[in-house]
Write a protein that binds this ligand. Sequence first.
Ligand code: UT7
Length: 335
Amino acid sequence: MQKIHASITAVGGYVPDYVLTNAELETMMDTTDEWIQSRTGIQERRILKGAGKGSSDMAVEAVKNLLAKRGISPKEIDLVICATTTPDMQFPATANVICDKAGMTNAWGYDVSAACSGFIFALTTGSQFIETGKHKKVIVIGVDKMSSILNYEDRTTAIIFGDGAGAVLLEPDTEGYGIIDSLQRTDGSGRVFLHQKAGGSVKPATIETVMNKEHYVYQEGQQVFKFAVKNMADVAAEIMGRNGLTADNVHWLVPHQANKRIINATADRMNLAPEKVMVNIHRYGNTTNGTLPLCLWEWENKMHRGDNIILAAFGGGFTWGSTYIRWAYDTPAKA
Ligand code: UT7
């Protein structure tokens, strides 16, 4: 019998309505639209507004979108894995909250924390439950409300991030489609360049940590950039090489959307033409765990059964990784 692969059979997405433009950022900090666009490629990003709204609220919308497209009940879902850096709260896991809010009452769930590589790590984890035959329907979510941990006085960091959610459904495939290969890497020594200083067990929240603005993203952009450019391109090239893929038979690159210059460097290393590269950073910025599934969501109608697709990401930790997917379907079911 053919090996069971985990194939993506539906994609859902959600971005909040509020559009934070570079022009509005110019009124909030010492920056310019010209600087942001030339250094990052970003024109605008979405922000989740409203008291009491968190990552789970965006994820639930993405999940509902996915279930409607696939025409299945939330009760059919076996497992939900949520990749997020901005969980609703420290505990319980946001996956649990999402299951409750979306009516996935027969599913169990947990969160994966791997910063911008979280979706790739969660996809790899979720695919194992399908490949072993243990589960039939697994939802993998990438979601972040980055605006909840941004210091809008830090012009170098705040300008790149936005809020959003994407989700994919994994089901068994025995015809050779689905997730064919994946690789993941971590290097904890990179944590000094990108982290949140307080709020964890090392430095619990106090009045001082709040006053010192230690609950925001701390990033040494140039350092992260240097590692991101090299490592994201390396893993993409490695997964192509070990699967006999070339620029000619790769149909799509789905890169993490952190900076257009990093995306270009990865595509160049793969010798890929720009039209094969999914890019929506100009409209959504860096949604951390949300970038990859949001790309799949937006490009769903353009992908075809049998397309060779490479996902690649790099993020805090450091973490990085790449996934090779043979896409399983042509036309998505109508929502
Ligand atoms: O998503 C996962 C991981 N994250 C990443 O992959 C992000 C990687 N890093 C980056 O994308 C870039 O480093 C940033 C976009 C964050 C920053 O761009 P950069 O080209 O590395 O800028 P920089 O920090 O080297 O700053 C260059 C100059 C500085 O001025 P001086 O010292 O040369 O006079 C900054 O003060 O640009 C200045 N600057 C700004 N100017 C206008 C920094 N931020 C801004 C700003 N507007 N928003």
